[in-house]
Design a protein around this ligand. Structure first.
Ligand code: GP9
Ligand code: MN
Length: 636
């Protein structure tokens, strides 16, 4: 037990020291600091504790072996991190021929001082050999190792509980590898990742090439023909797609304290000379993957998953995403701009599968304290600092600008808030208007920079809100804000997010009332560029088409149509807001269609079915090894 205790302490100290020296985990409060310190303990108790089941001297040998294996795993991550600033996942080990993007340069990433990381093992071997430890000859009673393992599990449970307080749904939603390591430790992360990827590959194994036929038949029968007024009008134009974080449509034209909250966005909606088309019945379809779901849906016209984030668990599926299609069909360069860590939502992996050429993340921006709030870079410095990168991109480009400041809990420095908070007494709701105003101002500034750089007039501009900002936990305050009770129907109606688009040379339509949603974006854009969407597996339809299908499925199986809605099994009349006691056969059939559609999308995602699909003879499957998102200077 003495030898075990020494090994445990050495393991604990070493792990913690490596966390501090080698990784940049973004510890931002006392709790996270504490958990980072605590998390090696449970792994140590559990793994080293296993050795106690052995007999006599063998306990010592097993302790040394286990310590060495854990150290090797840790060190592999250290080396991998030095190059990729990310942790090793099973997916990375499987999907690339060359150990991530490491190539033959592993040795160059190792340093002499790393030898210090073997000190604990050397010390244990010396102790084992030289000290005259009184090893018992009989096996220790099982009670002892079991107590140690139980202690390990207890510590782990406390650790996880505290982590969940700081970051709810940590395991369920799989946000970020950085988070998992920070909260639960590198060893628990590895176990978690192994379980996740085993689950994922089992689902994949049971699928075969015939499964895609049913999906293809469905999406092709849903296809809507392009509208001649738009078809091909934007071919070869730069595309600037702007993500408004947590932005709901009710903010458009909303007045607080007698002032418009988002005067700039409102002007795009109302000033006809600006030629925008604003879809006021556009809905988000995200679930637990939030932003990541929005990105997935809007670049693939597939649905996210019912639980967790597809970005994280299906990140290495085969995709035929917009960036790859545009690159292959019309020579576009794609870039995603986002002032947060690159591994959040597994972006640095999944973007490769989408064929995204450039990913401008945290490392590309000046993230000094005055520029950062809440999750990451403030929107104003974000747009400002993105401009030089945008100007450098090869044209035509497909640039996706992802804002962040208007994110729960809507923090803003007092001197940057140009609007007083609302007065419901619910802090998040009250501040939401201030951060939305800040976002609006940042957008105005971005537009004038685009104009100055000569990038505005001839670009397709697309603006969308990614998901709700105010969840139904805030119904009391929201009722006060909109002056209406938040019924289940009202809550569904509040899932509207803005979608606006301007295509150079095409007159804007003002406000278009078509019921539409995120899955519709890919086919709409493809047609604008003159690419027939029929070739691809897409669940949405062109929003400008005469044949556009105007039902909006939500991820949970609820749906909204122009006339009626189906929420938690209850049908409502959209106009009277009354419950429809006897739904018609058509309504029930619509529900079947919605569930069928979601189910087919799930089949594609779980079975990784696009690997069996070839859109057309020109199509080249995306090779993830072609992409690499580490800022160059750092690797030189
Ligand atoms: C994080 C940001 C926020 O990088 O995209 O994600 P969300 O919490 O909205 O999914
Ligand atoms: Mn979001």
């Amino acid at each position: 037990m003495g030898f075990f205790a020494i090994a445990l302490v050495l393991f604990w100290i070493k792990t913690y020291i490596i966390y501090l020296i080698e990784f940049d985990l973004g510890v931002s409060n006392g709790m996270q600091q504490f958990l980072l310190f605590l998390n090696p303990l449970s792994s140590g108790l559990i793994f080293l504790g296993l050795a106690l089941f052995a007999k006599g001297k063998k306990v010592g040998i097993w302790i040394i072996i286990i310590e060495a294996v854990l150290s090797f795993l840790m060190y592999a991550n250290v080396v991998f991190y030095r190059f990729n600033s990310d942790f090793i996942t099973v997916a990375v080990l499987m999907q690339t021929e060359n150990f991530g993007s490491l190539g033959g340069s592993i040795v160059s990433l190792m340093e002499w001082r790393d030898l210090l990381y073997t000190l604990d093992i050397i010390l244990l071997i010396v102790l084992f050999k030289k000290l005259n430890i009184n090893w018992t000859v009989v096996r220790t009673k099982a009670r002892r190792p079991i107590t140690v393992l139980a202690a390990g599990i207890l510590v782990f449970t406390i650790n996880l509980g505290l982590a969940e307080i700081d970051r709810p749904q940590l395991l369920e939603r799989t946000f970020d590898r950085n988070y998992l390591v920070k909260y639960l430790g590198i060893y628990n992360f590895t176990i978690y990742d192994t379980i996740q990827s085993t689950k994922s590959s089992t689902q994949r194994v049971f699928a075969d090439s015939s499964d895609i036929t049913e999906v293809e038949n469905y999406t092709k029968s849903k296809y809507a023909k392009p509208n001649a007024e738009f078809f091909g009008k934007g071919a070869g134009k730069n595309i600037i797609k702007i993500h408004l974080e947590s932005f709901q449509s009710f903010l458009i034209d909303y007045e607080l304290h007698g002032e418009e909250v988002t005067p700039f966005l409102n002007s795009l909606v109302h000033d006809e000379s600006l030629d925008y088309t604003y879809f006021d019945n556009f809905f988000h379809q995200t679930e637990q993957g939030k932003t990541a779901d929005a990105e997935l849906i809007m670049d693939n016209s597939l649905y996210g998953l019912p639980q967790g984030s597809a970005f994280s668990t299906k990140g290495n599926n085969t995709y035929q995403a917009l960036p790859a299609i545009l690159g292959q069909q019309q020579g576009y360069t794609s870039g995603i701009f986002h002032g947060d860590g690159k591994s959040f939502w597994n972006r640095d992996e999944v973007y490769k599968s989408f064929g995204v050429d450039e990913f401008y993340h945290e490392d590309y921006y000046d993230m000094s304290e005055e520029n950062v709030i809440n999750y990451g870079l403030k929107d104003k410095p974000f747009f400002e600092q993105s401009m030089p990168y945008l100007e450098e991109m090869d044209q035509p480009f497909y640039a996706h600008m992802m804002t962040l400041t208007n994110h729960h809990p809507y923090l803003i420095d007092e001197e940057e808030a140009s609007l007083a908070p609302a007065e419901t007494g619910d802090g998040s709701v009250d501040r939401y208007f201030q951060t939305a105003r800040y976002l609006d101002e940042s957008l105005e500034q971005f537009f004038s920079d685009l104009k100055e750089a000569g990038l505005y007039e001839d670009s397709i501009i697309m603006i969308y809100g990614d998901h709700y900002g105010i969840s139904d936990n805030h119904n009391r305050a929201m009722a006060e804000i909109i002056g209406e009770e938040i019924t289940p129907l009202k809550n569904a109606e509040l899932q509207r997010v803005p979608f606006m688009i301007r295509v150079p040379g095409v007159d804007g339509q003002g406000t278009n009332h078509e019921y539409s949603s995120m899955v519709d974006v890919v086919p709409t854009l493809l047609h604008i560029l003159g690419i027939d969407s029929l070739d691809y597996i897409l669940f949405g339809t062109d929003m400008f088409s005469e044949d556009h299908k105007d039902f909006v499925p939500f991820r949970n199986g609820d749906f909204i149509t122009e006339k009626y809605s189906s929420i938690s099994g209850v049908y409502y009349d959209n106009e009277t807001k009354e419950v429809i006691e006897e739904p018609t056969e058509d309504m029930k059939a619509m529900k079947e269609t919605v569930l069928h559609e979601l189910g087919l999308s799930d089949k594609v995602m779980y079975g990784d079915l696009l690997r069996f699909y070839t859109p057309n003879e020109d199509w080249e499957p995306v090779d993830v090894n072609d992409y690499f998102y580490v800022k160059e200077e750092e690797t030189e």
